[in-house]
Design a protein. Sequence first.
Length: 123
Amino acid sequence: MIAFASRTGNVRYIVSRLRLPAIEIEEDLMLAESFLLFTYTDGLGEIPAKVKLFLERNGKLCRGVIVSGNSNFGHNVFGGAGDAIARQLKVPLVRKIDLRGFPEDYEVIHDYYEQCFRKEHIG
Ligand SMILES: Cc1cc2nc3c(=O)[nH]c(=O)nc-3n(C[C@H](O)[C@H](O)[C@H](O)COP(=O)(O)O)c2cc1C
């Protein structure tokens, strides 16, 4: 499943287009199954506070991170939340998306989702 955080609707929009099982991150959410994280970027390349708290409780079940950012913020901080999470949790950065992205971004996410969760079911 995909666990996502969206403040202004871009991530929510993409998730709705993906048609994959998804749950929005809310305070105190605890997951019992592994997930892909999909977050936006805050501050200057920062992980949103609610996502940080969520990962303190559920980070061990995270199998990869997808991030939306705005490339106008500049290369150094574009999608920085995804880089930070991938580094901290040692999980793949599946895709860095500019705002709502493009169909090819959605395809990459789909492919990774399939690969990730099919593998997990098998072994
Ligand atoms: C206060 C604020 C700070 C932001 N900082 C960054 C940033 O450092 N890097 C980046 O790539 N995007 C940054 N963004 C852009 C958002 O991450 C981007 O618009 C994203 O698509 C928002 O997703 P959402 O609509 O699902 O909330 C920032 C946006 C806001 C409002």
